[in-house]
Design a protein around this ligand. Sequence first.
Ligand code: 5GP
Ligand code: ZN
Length: 113
Amino acid sequence: MSDCLFCKIAAGEIPSTKVYENESVYAFRDIAPQAPTHILVIPKAHIESAAAVDGSNSALVAKCFEAIAEIAKAEKLDGGFRVISNCGDDAGQTVHHLHFHILAGKKMGEKMV
Ligand code: 5GP
Ligand code: ZN
């Protein structure tokens, strides 16, 4: 998608602090961290949100979670971490390119689930 912020970040057209990259996944530090470690993991290919995952692109979601596990090891998130994906307006999704927040480095607040 030509006008998507995270597509541009994945393509290197907008700078970011890279944490991890392979052929299908890119991960970078959130610009407004909500925890001592706050990393965004995205598929390089544009997927709008969790609601747009289907048989044609779900392998990329699996790749994202493989990356999450590798990043957790590399960042030594031994105390645990939380993975969040906001989907749609009610969840507060602000960037409409599927992304997984990795949050770690502090005791997390009230859980919703
Ligand atoms: P959402 O609210 O859609 O779940 O998450 C979007 C996230 O992207 C937010 O946590 C926000 O801080 C982050 N973000 C927005 N613009 C940029 C940017 O230009 N660079 C980086 N690194 N993060 C961004
Ligand atoms: Zn995109």
